[in-house]
Ligand binder design. Structure first.
Ligand SMILES: C[S@@+](CC[C@H](N)C(=O)[O-])C[C@H]1O[C@@H](n2cnc3c(N)ncnc32)[C@H](O)[C@@H]1O
Length: 297
């Protein structure tokens, strides 16, 4: 497998056949590795806009992100999809010969944080970590990362303001001097994704970032009420000498948070806490009961 849209492979064609060969990927191994990750992923909570990307798209996305962030420190601002884990695991298993040097996931869902940490522990992936964090709070590790990735709530009911909140934290993660990938809705038939794309690009420009690339309509989701809706990769990069604010501050402006997770769904929750540790790959006891053979008597 080699993604035709891979940013570095497009930008560095001069390295030619040798580079292409070193980046060749065994598709079967890649799909099976991503399947291991999907088994370990907590189920999505629709009320917080957790909607999982389809598995085939996760494989391609992981390869593209590993290539884009090769050798860099990468922050995930939210990651219910577990692209972070796929990227780290594919590299650790040598399915990919490239990948980030450090990956940290910042998510307000403790189930996600624990799933990332447990997977990293079990597979001995030391460069993968996760922290419980709500994007409404000041960002704790400003400037520690070279790049960020976010697949945020898509802001259909607030003109993309929820996307901007996640992008703002991503920009802070890079100390306003790095690059980012924002995964958001992309659809030619609907109006709101276009409004959101325009608003997010304007927000990024206001923070000294420009759009360096866009890969359109490349992901599909397990979204029952809009199965056709796709998303794009919007690549952002800091302008040279971008100004760096001294600190990160909490987001308290109520207007900015209106309809954050959808119509009338303003944020009221700091963290989603895990009740008990689940093995997501097997059926849970409360999903079924057993009727025994002798019950027939
Ligand atoms: C909102 S979902 C978007 C859909 C995406 N396909 C996914 O499921 O990851 C992205 C991630 O953001 C996290 N998230 C939602 N609200 C958050 C908040 N206020 N602070 C930090 N993370 C948040 C979710 O837990 C989820 O993992």
């Amino acid at each position: 497998m080699k993604s035709p849209e891979s940013p570095k492979s497009v930008g560095r064609q001069e390295s030619g056949a040798a580079r292409a060969e070193s980046r060749r990927v065994d598709l079967r191994k890649a799909i099976n590795a991503v399947s291991d990750v999907v088994q370990n992923r907590p189920r999505p909570l629709r009320v917080f806009d957790q909607i999982h990307m389809k598995t085939g798209d996760m494989v391609l996305q992981s390869e593209m992100i590993a290539d884009w962030a090769d050798g860099k420190r990468l922050a995930f601002i939210g990651d219910g999809d577990a692209i972070s884990v796929c990227v780290a695991y594919l590299h650790a298993r040598e399915v990919l010969t490239f990948g980030p040097s450090l990956i940290t996931v910042f998510d307000f869902d403790e189930r996600t944080v624990e799933a990332v940490k447990n997977f990293a522990d079990r597979e001995g992936i030391t460069k993968l970590d996760a922290q419980l964090y709500n994007v409404l709070d000041a960002f704790p590790e400003m400037g520690r990362f070279d790049c960020f990735y976010t697949n945020p709530p898509w802001g259909a009911s607030n003109n993309g303001e929820s996307v901007n909140v996640f992008v703002e934290r991503g920009i802070e993660a890079t100390g306003h001097m790095g690059e980012g990938v924002v995964v958001i809705a992309d659809d030619d038939e609907l109006d709101w994704p276009k409004q959101v794309l325009a608003n997010v690009q304007g927000f990024a420009a206001g923070h000294g970032f420009y759009v360096s690339r866009m890969q359109r309509k490349i992901h599909e989701y397990h979204l029952d009420d809009a199965p056709e809706l796709r998303s794009c990769n919007l690549y952002l990069a800091a302008l040279p000498d971008n100004r760096v604010p001294a600190s990160s501050v909490p987001i308290t402006d109520a207007q900015r948070l209106e309809n954050f997770y959808g119509l009338s769904q303003n944020p009221r929750v700091r963290y989603v806490l895990a009740r008990r540790r689940l093995d997501y790959g097997v059926a849970h006891e409360d999903e079924y009961e057993l009727e025994y053979l002798e019950d027939d008597d």
